[in-house]
Design a protein around this ligand. Structure first.
Ligand code: SF4
Length: 1018
């Protein structure tokens, strides 16, 4: 590779950085964004408490010296409990109808941290942002605390007597509207309900459910089957508007990520890597990991798919319906190139369509997969027993009609919130008023609960017994970690009461189900299942599929209906990357997590390309406190107002919005945050709308976006190359010329035959190791990292990191110890995007330590750059001198604010990680390599070896970010152990360190990223 190719990466994080105008220069020359350094104005308690929820609560309590609390010894010590030592219990986390195996760390009866279950196939030890955020939802003081009858406090006993009486008439016309739920216990009760009530119907309603995909396989194969993609087995992947790596885009995202990145592990130039093509409108997290990405309007994705099917039909059987079909994409340069590659990789490719596209696209992709021989190889079609036979979207619309006609006596809703999330034109909330009784189980007293005669407060999944299946069919028991904090009931307990008019314990109900699975030796097998967190084997059978005889006539209809997309703007409506359909809206961690592609927090916006913005006269976002224009979008006469945001890489003439915001009276974090966009999501515009109108307003709006915060601008930070270039020059990432001059220490290194300056992980000879061992280090593989941000939330959960709220974020005061930088490379309209997590580099020659006047930041024996909080006097010299911008300063005393609020201190206290100190106003903090985990492992090793060593075996210590990362992108271990995984990774020829020219000798290094674009399209 030429020096020039390495020396001149044109990476940029924002339009401001790309322009490098005066405003940008002024911005980066400031140590902090404007107003970030001043402590002149106090955060009002009211505004502080608004963002508080459980999140700030988590940040605060342990820092405070009040109130005095009594510590009493156990009079009867629970079995296995050693005070101070956490216990770990396996369980599973439901997300829609897919469980992910988890292990919960428990401190003296208080669940504290969620990790993935290594034995569980959908988790393999990792989690997603939703998995990490789930703990905060349980400790949320805004959760519903009691049963309500017509809005007034009531009780479960009263509800049971009501149910006994009301549901004794089994001829009543009852509609059950449930969230998707894979629990066999729940589905047994569902069956009992349908058997008991002669006029009952059951509708599974999810705003972002699986119905389109299931209808697709129904059309293709004559049965509603679930597509299960084995991304690790595919050489070529083509995704059509499918955000399958994003937890908000696919319910099996953790497993998808693991499989996808497994297909991209490269350790030598002989290795192969999968090739991923993305065709999409919005620049999604998944699309940002594509080797080739094509941005087109969402409405055109269907046409592109059919054009590709037509091209393939020339060479494979089964696609005759598309033979001879042409449209505007038939001559597109991608079509012959992608088709050729798919044909070369028959049986080793995957075509996948986004959840929200209509069934026709899913059917076509399924038939293309079958025609290419992928079925049974890279794609399995699972027969999932709990999936309904009906199209639930249609059944839901029918229910509303029947409600309006007065044909429904009672509506029983379990877990979902359709008054907020249902298609707006159905006016579900109004229709409910026609039912005699509306009953709703929910964790919050939300939009639907407020319309219900009976609201039943729901237990969190960490508080109740349950069970269910993973996406691919692994059966697990959900094991409670704590008694329900607010006496809520689980969905199985609720349904049981509806059916029987009396209460039952979830434990008994779940056990009754599992006794059928374990007819003999139940006790042992049950306990083994609880221990492992799963029952062995995959319980969903793989269907052997044949293309349906009626497919050709269906396809002819699709092609006839697929009209050219009209000129003008389209509106794309998506689930939000951090709060999904709104269910995580009251979760401060998730609200404050920068969205993966925009880095926006606390808001939803209208995303558009630069070209579209220019055409519409929309001004670009500013820097720091980004003041942007508010715009009005009207669909079928309904208007919403949102901040406009220019998203490089977005399709032209297309605007993307996300839902779940703009709520009222649900919780302090969610209330009045963002704009409610559900009003424009209607039955005819569930995913995208054409013929929208757009209008600018005269108003500005401040968006809290972190993309320009902590910038290390103008330096060669992120390195990547194509596979071809990597094969030409495997050492491209460490190319000396990348730094513009020879590195410090190179002369000495060369004298000793080394091509890199010496450091602890590149010693000139073994003598260079410090006497004290272990010595800790980290490596991050950018080729695996997908940019999901799970590491950020995992770190926040582990280390009691506060949420600071929108205003403080907009001032650059966010407290995340691991930020995930997102860079663009290339043309502003069609750039590549690259992700880079940046924690503290734990420099051996740390610039922060050299300037601290009170030695509050110093080195530990095992090589970590540590903070002594009670020495810190808050000069922030260290923050100023850190070239990596990874230090965070507590501008306010969140803990004191919280303590004097008088709100639920006990709950707050329970939520803390007792192994991590809390920081208070005026104190600097940063990543510690999870020193509490390191020290625990050292102490145990010391004990277990009778004091011979404190060097834990490799893999014993995992940092929180490493453990959570679904891509296995983070490696941590002892640098003095030549066999340790981290040392092996650091030996990779793609290994490099940030700002090596400064000779700070970071202990954290990176593996440069690789992309595998098709040279014919690059
Ligand atoms: S390193 Fe962080 S951002 Fe990257 S994939 Fe892992 S968890 Fe996601």
């Amino acid at each position: 590779m030429s020096e020039e190719e390495v020396k001149s990466p044109n990476y940029w994080k924002s339009l401001g950085e790309l322009a490098r105008n005066d405003e940008y220069q002024k911005f980066v020359e400031r140590e902090f964004p404007e107003n970030a350094t001043e402590l002149t104005d106090k955060v009002s308690r009211r505004s502080f408490l608004r963002v508080m929820g459980a999140s700030i609560a988590l940040a605060g309590f342990a820092a405070c010296r009040r109130p005095v609390q009594k510590i009493l010894p156990y009079t009867k010590m629970p079995e296995d409990l050693v005070p101070g030592q956490p216990l770990y219990y396996a369980s599973a986390m439901p997300f829609q109808d897919a469980l992910v195996g988890i292990v919960v760390e428990n401190h003296e009866g208080r669940p504290g941290k969620i990790e993935g279950n290594e034995m569980h196939p959908a988790s393999k030890g990792n989690t997603s942002i939703f998995g990490q955020g789930a703990m905060l939802n349980m400790y949320d003081p805004d959760r519903s605390r009691y049963v309500r009858k017509d809005g007034n406090r009531s009780s479960m006993n009263a509800f049971a007597s009501f149910a006994k009486d009301y549901f004794s008439d089994t001829d009543k016309n009852i509609a059950f509207v449930s969230e998707a739920n894979s629990s066999p216990t729940y589905n047994n009760l569902k069956k009992k309900a349908m058997d008991k009530f002669s006029n009952a119907r059951w509708i599974t309603y999810e705003a972002f459910g699986e119905d389109n995909a299931l209808e697709g396989t129904n059309i293709a194969f004559g049965k509603r089957l679930r597509a299960y993609n084995l991304y690790d087995k595919a050489k070529t992947i083509v995704a059509f508007d499918d955000d399958f790596l994003n937890p908000a885009g696919h319910k099996n995202s953790v497993e998808n990520t693991k499989r996808f990145t497994d297909g991209r592990h490269v350790t030598s130039t002989d290795d192969e890597m999968n090739r991923f093509y993305a065709v999409e409108s919005t620049f999604t997290l998944t699309g940002s990991n594509a080797d080739n990405r094509l941005r087109i309007k969402s409405g055109e994705v269907e046409l592109f798919l059919y054009a590709l099917a037509a091209e393939l039909s020339k060479s494979v059987n089964g696609l005759s319906a598309f033979n001879g079909y042409t449209n505007k994409f038939s001559d597109h340069e991608w079509i012959p190139v992608v088709a050729k590659e798919l044909l070369e990789n028959r049986g080793e490719s995957i075509l996948t369509v986004g959840r929200d596209h209509k069934p026709a696209l899913h059917a076509t992709a399924a038939v293309m997969n079958a025609a290419l021989g992928n079925d049974g190889e890279t794609v399995k079609y699972l027969d999932v027993p709990h999936i309904d036979d009906q199209n639930n979207n249609e059944a839901f619309a029918q229910l509303v009609d029947d409600l309006n006609n007065g044909d429904v006596d009672a509506v029983v809703m379990v877990g979902n919130n359709p008054a907020f999330t249902a298609p707006a034109d159905l006016k579900f909330g109004d229709a409910l008023s026609n039912a005699d009784q509306v009953i709703h189980l929910a964790q919050y007293y939300n939009e639907t609960s407020k319309l219900a005669n009976w609201h039943i407060n729901r237990a969190h999944f960490l508080e109740a017994w349950g069970d269910g299946y993973s996406y691919s069919g692994t059966r697990s028991v959900i094991q409670p970690q704590i008694e329900p904090l607010f006496s809520g009931v689980s969905e199985v307990e609720f349904l049981y009461t509806v059916l029987n008019g009396e209460q039952a314990k979830g434990y008994d109900l779940v056990q009754d189900t599992w006794k059928k699975y374990y007819p003999t030796n139940f006790k042992n097998q049950w306990e083994q299942t609880l221990n492992d967190g799963l029952a062995g084997g995959n319980q969903f059978s793989t269907a052997s599929v044949n293309i349906s005889r009626s497919f050709n006539s269906s396809a002819s209809k699709f092609l006839k209906d697929a009209k050219p997309v009209p000129e003008g703007l389209e509106l794309v409506i998506r689930a939000d990357s951090t709060i999904f359909d709104g269910r995580y809206g009251n979760n401060g961690w998730l609200q404050e997590l920068p969205k993966p592609m925009t880095k926006i927090t606390w808001d939803n916006v209208a995303l558009m390309s630069k070209k579209t913005a220019d055409k519409l006269g929309v001004k670009q976002a500013g820097l720091g406190q980004a003041k942007v224009e508010l715009v009005k979008i009207t669909v079928d006469g309904t208007e919403i107002t949102l901040p406009a945001w220019v998203q490089p890489g977005h399709a032209d003439d297309s605007i993307t919005i996300t839902v779940g915001y703009g709520r009222e009276g649900v919780g302090r974090v969610a209330n009045k945050t963002g704009e409610d966009t559900y009003p424009v999501r209607t039955t005819s515009h569930m995913h995208f709308a054409e013929d929208i109108s757009f209008e600018k307003t005269d108003e500005d709006y401040v968006v809290a976006c972190t993309q320009d915060h902590n910038t290390m601008e103008g330096r060669s930070l992120l390195r990547y190359a194509t596979m071809d270039k990597y094969r030409e020059d495997p050492h491209f990432a460490t190319y000396e010329g990348a730094y513009g001059s020879e590195l410090p220490g190179m002369e000495f290194a060369k004298e000793h035959g080394k091509d890199r300056p010496q450091s602890i992980f590149n010693p000139i000879d073994e003598e260079e190791y410090p006497d004290y061992q272990p010595q800790w280090g980290m490596a991050i593989d950018l080729n695996a990292c997908i940019g999901c941000g799970t590491c950020t939330i995992a770190c926040q959960a582990e280390n009691n990191i506060p949420v600071v709220g929108k205003r403080e974020v907009s001032r650059g005061r966010e407290m995340h110890w691991v930020r995930t930088d997102r860079y663009f490379d290339g043309d502003v309209n069609d750039p590549k995007a690259l992700h880079q997590p940046v924690p503290c580099m734990q420099c051996e020659l740390a610039p922060c330590e050299q300037v601290c006047p009170v030695a509050a930041t110093t080195h530990s024996d095992d090589g970590m750059n540590q903070m002594t909080y009670n020495r810190c006097i808050g000069t922030r010299y260290c923050m100023n001198n850190c070239p990596y911008k990874v230090r965070r300063f507590n501008f306010f005393n969140f803990s004191q604010e919280f303590l004097t609020s008088g709100s639920d201190p006990e709950i707050v206290q329970m939520a803390m990680n007792p192994e991590v100190t809390i920081r208070f106003r005026g104190v600097m903090e940063k990543c510690t390599y999870c020193v509490q985990r390191v020290n625990r492992a050292k102490i145990y090793t010391d004990i277990n070896t009778n004091g011979k060593t404190q060097k834990p075996a490799d893999g014993t210590v995992k940092t929180a970010c490493q453990q959570a990362c679904p891509a296995d992108a983070i490696f941590f271990g002892d640098l003095t152990d030549p066999e340790s995984k981290v040392v092996q990774v650091k030996k990779d020829n793609r290994s490099y360190i940030l700002l090596e020219e400064l000779d700070t000798r970071p202990r954290t290094s990176y593996l440069a990223q690789l992309r595998n674009p098709n040279p014919q399209l690059a």
